[in-house]
Write a protein that binds this ligand. Structure first.
Ligand code: FMN
Length: 177
């Protein structure tokens, strides 16, 4: 059951999440392709999809939105997991979530309403590890800046835990069989 992990990433952080998801799925025995979403054309070789992108100014990566809209009919009856990477938590309406977590991108709701993914996970930047830059700059990055020195693109444990859930779901017998 080949799995496609497709990502939209401007600065590389979301690519890092996609790569880690793929590693976990491979470790669980899945055959996985990881590709920038803009390079994916034919979906016929895949049985399951993990698609995600970064959030900029509240919007999902445009190539992710374009991919999901263009392939909606092919994806409708296949298992799809979505993720976004919005470390500042700014998203809908430009406001950060009160709990400091990642906000879903504005484009997600209309896509998910039709696509009905198995899950959507909003990742946010990890807590700073090691060098966090000048005093007073520890914590989450703000809109307009990338990850700070020593800051992971996303919390590795959170990514791995989410990917393991996908792996378990893929390994489970399909309903009705
Ligand atoms: C111009 C700009 C706008 C951003 N807007 C948001 C935003 O609205 N919400 C958010 O959570 N993060 C925002 N960020 C942070 C990025 O999503 C973050 O740096 C992310 O890790 C980028 O992922 P990428 O490296 O895969 O491109 C913004 C970053 C930049 C540079």
């Amino acid at each position: 059951m080949p799995v496609l992990v497709a990502y939209g990433s401007r600065q590389g952080a979301t690519r890092g999440i996609a790569d880690r998801v793929a590693e976990v799925l491979r470790a669980a025995g899945q055959v996985v392709d990881v590709r920038p979403v803009g390079t994916v054309g034919d979906l016929s070789g895949y049985d399951a999809f993990v698609v995600g992108g970064s959030v900029h100014l509240g919007r999902w990566h445009p190539e992710v939105v374009a991919f999901l809209r263009a392939h909606m009919h092919e994806l409708l009856y296949r298992p799809v997991w979505l993720f976004s990477n919005g470390p500042t938590g700014a998203g809908t309406g430009g406001a950060a979530r009160e709990d400091g977590g990642a906000a879903a991108p504005e484009d997600l709701a209309s896509i998910a309403e039709t696509l009905r993914p198995r899950d959507h996970h909003a990742f946010s930047a990890a807590l700073p590890s090691g060098d966090v830059g000048p005093p007073g700059r520890a914590g989450r990055a703000q809109p307009g800046e990338g990850p700070r020195a020593g800051e992971e693109a996303a919390d590795v444990d959170e990514v791995e835990s989410w990917a393991r859930e996908i792996a378990r779901d893929l390994a489970a017998p399909s309903p009705g069989l």
